[in-house]
Design a protein. Structure first.
Length: 93
């Protein structure tokens, strides 16, 4: 009985590797459409295609992360202003 418990502990799914699949032609089309409307360097597009050749899911994560970063850079940064007022408690008389 103890041997069965030990085997169960060591056969945990943490050690198993996730299987990756290359992107299909339809996936590549969807990746390309995600970039529409954005000015991106050709290097980024080619990198996404190269990743998709080995792992379609990773390519989608790469594209999504790139576009999120691109959108965040285009947002106007709100400036935090510090407003200092003069105090009437400390008059120099």
């Amino acid at each position: 009985m103890y041997k069965v418990l030990i085997d169960d502990i060591f056969s945990d799914s943490e050690g198993t590797e996730e299987t990756t699949f290359p992107a299909t032609d339809e996936d590549l089309l969807i990746l390309t459409e995600k970039f529409l409307g954005f000015e991106i360097p050709s290097k980024v597009f080619l990198q996404a295609i190269a990743i998709a050749d080995y792992d379609g899911a990773a390519a989608f994560r790469y594209v999504d992360n790139y576009l999120i970063n691109l959108k965040n850079k285009k947002k106007p940064k709100q400036k935090k202003l510090l407003v200092l007022g003069c105090s009437t408690r400390f008059d120099n008389n």
